[in-house]
Design a protein around this ligand. Structure first.
Ligand SMILES: [Ca+2]
Ligand SMILES: [Ca+2]
Ligand SMILES: [Ca+2]
Ligand SMILES: [Ca+2]
Length: 493
């Protein structure tokens, strides 16, 4: 037997530093937003200024000279004590560092590393008593010799995001992880913490702003020395930068139970698996077309043998953070099993708290959970069979059969507002397909693969039932989103 040789491929780990904000950060509007660090000084023979930045408009300032951190009394070099900014360099924008020692201010302009807009960078300026250096994403991009003790002046303010004291050269974009040290951090140290938060107790850390507060006016110094506020006052004002909330995506698993009335057999207290047994289930989830237009690839190419044992049919699950259909954050098609279990599925979501769950089926009335369901241990669990679903006004929720709540059957026509109602449009649909057998068709209300009087009977029991859940009847971007109307407008037989 010919045996394929096993080839070892030498893998070299190529480590890029993709800077990103760490948890929340602040967005500066490029007009008048800033944070004052008040009269902060750094004394001694060393300093490090460090931040994670993202400019949405590098040309927001003349000479592309926008301030990240600045202790100064004006815009000119001699008026600066320490400053980290961007600056024009030929066609490029690069980092710039100003520092005053022994009363003399020196400029260092980076010789490498052009900055792009809408890109996150870790930036740092260091001085160790012998050299000023600039670092971009942990790479040294400039240095010059410099000696002497830092010039201090407790009458001069230091700011983040603009030049004091007149709100000049304002930063436009994001700033995070502002760190000010009275030591020169080494390149190794800068790299090690370019994508990790500090504890706040590191030696030499004078001020450390994680900017994770997320709301309110107070900005905490994790180094414990210099708590401050947003903007120019302790209350909200036009100079307040805006918090940007970063919730990392989490993988949420959904464990749901629901019953389709049409498939339910009260004698067996279970649903029928006729469609699978008769090999009628489609090769892929059936909600790609009107009115759902859900393009997920669940079940693509599935043959009967690929379906889970006991599959009844597909349902379409929609997840939203509030009752508003516009708050939808995810949809998924999933298979429903005979015992009422929706085969567990998971979705990546960057949301916390609790979620509303809506279930749709191609010939049943849609339902929505009566309250948001909490995410517990990255799992959302809800059993629709134990209580009625959300309903409002005179709208209907679910049907109680014995001790089980279940979705109303008979909703074959779900175009536009017809999705909200079981009415003559559904009967008309049934008329057009009555007599077909061995089909996967919405007119087959009892899900046995044949369309006949048994289905019409299922419909007849529910004729006139409607839902008023806040449900989109059309999710295609070019069409307006309608919600199921108030009960006065539709009720026919
Ligand atoms: Ca942060
Ligand atoms: Ca503003
Ligand atoms: Ca209908
Ligand atoms: Ca049938």
């Amino acid at each position: 037997m010919y045996k394929l040789p096993f080839i070892m491929i030498g893998l070299s780990i190529w480590q890029f530093s993709f800077a990103q904000p760490l948890n929340n950060h602040l967005q500066f509007d490029g007009t008048d937003d800033y944070i004052s660090l008040n009269n902060m000084d750094v004394s001694g023979n060393a300093i490090t200024l460090e931040a994670i930045i993202n400019s949405s408009d590098l040309s927001n300032c003349q000479f592309r000279d926008c301030r990240i951190i600045s202790k100064a009394v004006g815009l000119s070099t001699p008026e600066h004590y320490w400053m980290l900014s961007t600056n024009y360099s030929g066609p490029n924008t690069v980092l710039r560092f100003r520092l005053k020692t022994n009363g003399i201010s020196t400029i260092l302009v980076a010789t490498a590393g052009p900055l792009s807009e809408n890109t996150w960078y870790h930036v740092a300026a260091t001085y160790d008593g012998a050299n000023m250096k600039l670092f971009l994403d942990g790479t040294e991009v400039g240095s010059t010799t410099k000696t002497g003790a830092l010039t201090i002046n407790p009458a001069v303010e230091a700011w983040i995001g603009a030049n004091p004291p007149s709100i000049e050269n304002p930063w436009k974009g994001g700033i995070d992880e502002v760190r000010i040290w009275n030591v020169a951090r080494t390149q190794t140290q800068l790299q090690a913490y370019s994508n990790n938060e500090l504890t706040g107790t590191e030696v030499g850390l004078q001020a450390y702003y994680q900017l994770n507060e997320g709301n309110g006016q107070t900005i905490n110094d994790q180094a414990g020395n210099n708590n401050t506020v947003l903007g120019s006052t302790t209350s909200a004002d036009s100079s307040d930068p805006t918090f940007a909330i970063n919730n990392p995506e989490q993988n949420i698993t959904f464990n749901l139970q629901v019953i389709l009335e049409g498939a339910f057999d009260p004698a067996q207290s279970t649903m029928t698996g006729n469609l699978l047994q008769k090999h009628m289930l489609p090769q892929g989830q059936p909600y790609t077309g009107s009115p759902w237009y859900y393009q997920g690839t669940e079940g693509d190419g599935w043959l009967p043998i690929d379906y889970p044992l006991g599959t009844v049919d597909w349902v379409l699950v929609s997840i939203r953070t509030t009752l508003d259909p516009a708050a939808e954050v995810a949809r998924a098609a999933a298979v429903l099993l005979e015992d009422g279990t929706i085969s567990p599925f998971d979705v990546d979501l960057n949301t916390a708290g609790s979620l509303y769950v809506m279930i749709e089926h191609r010939n049943h009335l849609p339902i929505l959970s009566p309250q948001p369901i909490p995410i517990i241990n990255n799992t959302v669990s809800y059993d629709f069979t134990l209580e009625d679903c959300y309903n409002v006004g005179t709208g209907f929720g679910q049907k109680l059969v014995g001790t089980n709540w279940m979705m109303y059957a008979g909703n074959a026509d779900q175009e536009g507002l017809n999705s909200c109602d079981i009415n003559s449009a559904d009967r008309t649909f049934w008329d057009t397909v009555n007599g077909l057998f061995g089909v996967y068709n919405p007119g087959d209300f009892n899900l046995d693969g044949d369309i006949n009087a048994a289905d019409r009977i299922v419909f007849s029991f529910n004729n006139g039932i409607f839902t008023r859940i806040p449900k989109s009847t059309d999710t295609v971007g070019t069409n307006p989103i309608l919600t199921c109307p108030p009960p006065s407008s539709v009720l026919d037989n």
